[in-house]
Design a protein around this ligand. Structure first.
Ligand SMILES: CC(C)(COP(=O)(O)OP(=O)(O)OC[C@H]1O[C@@H](n2cnc3c(N)ncnc32)[C@H](O)[C@@H]1OP(=O)(O)O)[C@@H](O)C(=O)NCCC(=O)NCCS
Length: 141
């Protein structure tokens, strides 16, 4: 069965939470509120959540990509790009005009470090401000 990309459902809250934890080592605070309030997308393999893109509010008209994650064994198959693309389409239906994100070497990552910088550039995200360890990217949707 092909991978499906869809808006995250509240019924997927626990699966989204546990994939987020697997990917970041962090617990999402208030996942129910995030899923209810902001664009949030999942990738499903046979009904199992194997990818996520979760946003939160950065400013009244700007969303922040809080996290994007694809299960390690399914990477480099465009699933991450499909998640972003779906998220951007979903964002167009809201009052949010842009998506911003921080790509930082300083976040804890259980799987070791590989920068997702190229992934964002390929998907049309523009680099803006940066410090020694963190780059801010944005895309107007
Ligand atoms: C970043 C991520 C969501 C991309 O998902 P994906 O389904 O592999 O993405 P796509 O197949 O659409 O694109 C592949 C590109 O993603 C990037 N990528 C692949 N594996 C990656 C990894 N482990 N970590 C970071 N970026 C990765 C590469 O740029 C790759 O293209 P390239 O090898 O030609 O440079 C996925 O790799 C992931 O979950 N990484 C770990 C979590 C993470 O880094 N999240 C971003 C936090 S800012």
């Amino acid at each position: 069965m092909p991978i499906e990309i869809q808006k995250a459902l509240l019924s997927q809250e626990k699966e989204v939470q546990s994939l987020f934890l697997e990917g970041t080592g962090r617990t999402m605070s208030d996942p129910k509120i995030l899923l209810e309030t902001y664009p949030c997308v999942v990738a499903l393999d046979n009904q199992e959540v194997i990818g996520l893109a979760v946003t939160t509010r950065f400013a009244p008209d700007i969303l922040e990509l809080a996290n994007i994650y694809v299960r390690a064994d399914l990477r480099n198959k465009n699933i991450g790009s499909f998640l972003l693309n779906f998220l951007e389409k979903q964002t167009k239906d809201t009052n949010y005009k842009a998506i911003i994100l921080a790509n930082s070497n300083l976040y804890e990552n259980q799987e070791g470090k590989r920068s997702a910088e190229n992934f964002y550039l390929r998907n049309g995200y523009q680099p803006s401000f940066q410090t020694a360890d963190t780059k801010i990217f944005y895309k107007v949707v």
